[in-house]
Ligand binder design. Sequence first.
Ligand SMILES: Cc1cc2nc3c(=O)[nH]c(=O)nc-3n(C[C@H](O)[C@H](O)[C@H](O)COP(=O)(O)OP(=O)(O)OC[C@H]3O[C@@H](n4cnc5c(N)ncnc54)[C@H](O)[C@@H]3O)c2cc1C
Length: 631
Amino acid sequence: MVNLNKEKELRSFLDSVLKDIEEYRGLIKFEFYKNSLVPLDYIIHLYWKENVNINLGSPLFHYIIEGLQRIGLVNHTMWIEEITIGNVRDDKNDVSKDTKNYTDFKNKINREEKMAKKDEIKDTLNTVTRRGFLKAGVSAGMLAAATGLALDLTKKDAEAAPRNLPKKWDEEIDVVVVGSGFAGLAAAAEAGKRGAKVVILEKMPAYGGNSIINGGVYAAWDSKLHLRQKLNLGIDSPKQHFDDTLKGGDYYNIPSLVKNLTEGSADALNWMIEEGGCKLREALTRAGGHSAYRTHTVAEGVGRGFTEPLRKIAEKYGTKIRLNNEITWIWRKDTEGPVLGVEVKTPKGKRNIKIKKALILASGGFSRDIKMRQAYNPSIVPEYNSTNHPGATGECIRFAQAIGADTLHLAFIQLYPFAEPETGILDNPAVYPFNGVGYGLIYVDKNGKRFVNELERRDVCAMAQIKLGQKPTYSIFNEEMVTKMGGTMEEIEKGIAKGRFIKANTIEELAQKLKMPVNNLVETVKKYNQYIKDGKDPEFNKPITKAMIPLEKGPFYAVAQWPAVHHTMGGIRINEKAQVIDIWGKVIPKFYAAGEVTGGVHGSNRLGSNAIPDCVVHGRIAGINAAQEKA
Ligand SMILES: Cc1cc2nc3c(=O)[nH]c(=O)nc-3n(C[C@H](O)[C@H](O)[C@H](O)COP(=O)(O)OP(=O)(O)OC[C@H]3O[C@@H](n4cnc5c(N)ncnc54)[C@H](O)[C@@H]3O)c2cc1C
C-alpha cells in the first residue's frame, strides 16, 4: 500500500512531525492524528511492515507508536477500514495531500494554542507556574481556588442558549448512542440484541475513546475462570467489593449504582468472554483501596482487549458506528416531554436525527476540558498533564444540563498517581505501579525513601507525591513479581527499550542508575523486606499479605511516575435503570446515560479497575431498557 519511492519525502515529513511534537508537547497525546491520518498510516506501515528505522533517536517516536498500538491502530488493514468508514480520505497513497493536511492542521493547532494561552492568561488571575505548583503542593490548589474561575457561557461557549426545534428531521433512528467506549458499545450491543436499530455517533476519527487506550484491568469478585480460587488468593464477595467501593468513595456514592456495579461485574466479564471472545491473563492483583485480589488483566494488556469484543458483539446485532459525528445539541421540547433527537456535525454538514426509542449518552468524562475542570475544581490546575484522549471534553454534560438533567459530584476529579512524569501518558509501564502493590512493589522518592502505604487509594498516593515537592517518584519491583502482577517479560523488554523501565541486578546498582543515595535505597529495601517477613509495616501500615514477595532476588526494576488528571467521578444523575434524572428528581423520558459521563457511582474517589465494570454494567442496563421504550 505504501509507495516506498516517496520515502525521502516521507522522512522529511516525519522529521517535521517530530520537531513539532517536541515543540508542542500536547500533540504527543495524539491530537495530531485527528486531521492527519495518512502520515501515521505511513509511519505504522514503514515501522512495522518495512522495518524502516524512523526512530530518529527520539523517545517521542516510541510514544507515538505505543499510543497507536494502544488504540489498536497497528493492525494496518483493520485501521484503514475503520478510518475509511468515516470517509476521512479516499486516496491512500497521496503523501503530498497528507503533508498538506498535516501542515494545515499544524497551523490550526498553533492558532488554537495561541488563543488558549491568551484565554488562560486572561482567565487565571494568579498564574500558577509548574515549578511553583510543585513546590507549593496542595496550597497551589488553594491559590487557584482563590481566583474563583467560573464556566463562562456567554461567548463562544454559549451552549446553554435556548434553541428552536429543527423544522425537519434528516433521519429517524430507534436508539442513538453517543460515544463508542465501553459504555456506548455495551449499550448498543444489548439494545441491538433486542431488535432495536442502533447507531453509535462518535466525534473522533477512531472508535474507543478512553476505553480503547485504557490499562485493561477489571475488578470483579469472580468470573467463569475462577482465578482467585485457582491461584489461592483468599476470599471475596460482591458485598466486600461493594463495601470497598463505598469506603473508597468516602460514602458519597449512590449505593444502588454501586450495587449494580459490584453485583453485575462478574456477569459482564463472563458476557465479554463468552460472546465477545475476550481473553484474560492468568493473574489476579490486589490494587489500592481494594481489600481483595480481584483485579483481572486482559490478555492484550490494554483496553482494546475489552473494546474489540464489545464492538464485535455490538456489530453482530447490527450496530453501526459513525466516526467523525459530533453531537452538538440534544433536542427536547419542554421540561415534561421526552428527548426528541440530536443535532450532529458530520463531515457532510449538520444533520438532525429524530430518536424513536431512546438516546443513550455514553460520552465519557471531561478530564481534557481544562475550563470545565477549573470551573468545578480549581485545585486541578491547568498545569497538570492528563492521561486521557483528547476527546474527553464535557460538552455533552452541558447539553444534558441545558435540557434539565441533574448533575452531581462534578468537583471530584481523580489524579492517576503513576503516569509518565513528563507527558502524563498512562502507557503500559505506568500500569505496573498500580498492579504490583499486592505483590510487594514499593514506591520511593528521589532520596530512596518510601513515602506512603502503597495499598492506599489513588487520591492518597497522588497527594503524598505532590506533597514531597520533588518530582518524580519511582516504583521498585523485581522479576519474580512480574507475571504474578499480570505483566509479561515482553512488556518489560519493550519498556526498557524505550527507557521507561530501568533494570539492575542489585539494589545498589539500581540506586546508582536512578541517581539516588545508594545507602538510603538499600536501607529502605532492607527494612521493607523485614516488614514482609514480620507481616507488619510499622512505618506506613501497609496491610501485608501472604502473596507479597520481599525485594531480595534480582533483577530489579524501577519505573518513574507522577500524577496526571485521570478520571472525572461526577456527571449526569441516573437511577439504577440508567435513566437520566432531571433537576426536580423526575425521569427524563427516553433519555439514558452510562459510563464516565454519569456521576454517583464512584463517590469522591474511584477505585482503580472499577471503571470498566461500571461502564459495561450500566451500558448494558441502559441498552436493555432503551430497547424496551415505545417507538
Ligand atoms: C489511559 C487510561 C487508562 C485507564 N485504565 C483503566 C483500567 O485499566 N481499568 C479501569 O477500570 N478504568 C481505567 N480507566 C478509566 C476508564 O477507561 C474510563 O473511565 C472509561 O473508558 C470510560 O468509558 P466511557 O465509555 O464512559 O467513555 P469513553 O471510553 O471515553 O468514550 C466516550 C466517547 O464519547 C465520545 N464523545 C464525547 N463527546 C462527544 C460528542 N459531543 N459527540 C460524539 N461523541 C462524543 C468520545 O470521543 C469518546 O470516544 C483508564 C482511563 C484512562 C484514560
